[in-house]
Design a protein around this ligand. Sequence first.
Ligand code: ATR
Length: 290
Amino acid sequence: MIEKIDGKTRFGGVMGNPIAHTMSPLIHNTLAGKLSHNFVYLPLHVEQDLASAVKGAYALNVLGMNVTVPYKSEVIKSLVDIDEAAAKIGAVNTLVRVEGGYKGYNTDYLGLKRSIEEDGITIEGKPVLLFGAGGAAKAAACLAGAMKAKELYIINRTVEKAQELASYIEEQFGTKTFAVALTDVATLPKQTYTAIQTTNWGMWPNTGVTVLNEDCVYEMIDEAVDIIFNPPETEFMKRVKAHGGKAINGLKMLLYQGVTAYEFWHETKVDEALIKEVHELLEKEFENHE
Ligand code: ATR
């Protein structure tokens, strides 16, 4: 957090509804303080009329904004430009100030990519299991497509949603993609998979449950990402590990979505030591949560 606000302080924030539980102010104000950028970051509760909020932000010289639930798709029509990956995902969570308005990026996607790369989770050339078919799943499915997964299996309780997403991924990326009903997971081909868990089933306070219950599927997963970060070790992660696999949570995705947004706004590169410091701060936030 910067120590003094003066006539040159710029600001940014996160627009959403609800917004009270956001971790983004912790990430951005810590970075601004450590990097001595004259910048503050606030939660911005937008109850309605998002378009006016974006227009107002530009008029008020706001440097950059994040956008969260329920506005990640709706915000697109208020932008002057959009990044290619964000356009494919159909969701934007970061607005970067450009001439005449804001350009939209999806740093959830970029954050998941950085997290996967840093932790050495294999996507390229490997069959990938994706659990869920909602907004977060679409970003992860686009990543699996862009990172050249060998095949993608989208597994969802409502199979129609998985089918819709599977057709989209095949059309956009040419990745061989299959839709599988959650009740049919035992029919998956016997091979070694990387898994990405994107449903909210298992998130605090509903800990101790997981979308996948079949041991025969856990046996085939050797690397996994659960995008949930609270609790730090989900039931899904526990079961992957119990079967000898490696599993990471979504905290680095959260961290890197923030760091990447910060880097866009301040045209800088945050160094590894500082990223580690912010990571530890976030870990502490969730340590004693229950
Ligand atoms: P997000 O944008 O965070 O991805 P979402 O669009 O509401 O959120 O998607 C939630 C996902 O979690 C969906 O894939 C949902 O399955 P359905 O499409 O069948 O609703 C999945 N999900 C949530 N609770 C679940 C549960 N108890 N069992 C299985 N899947 C669940």
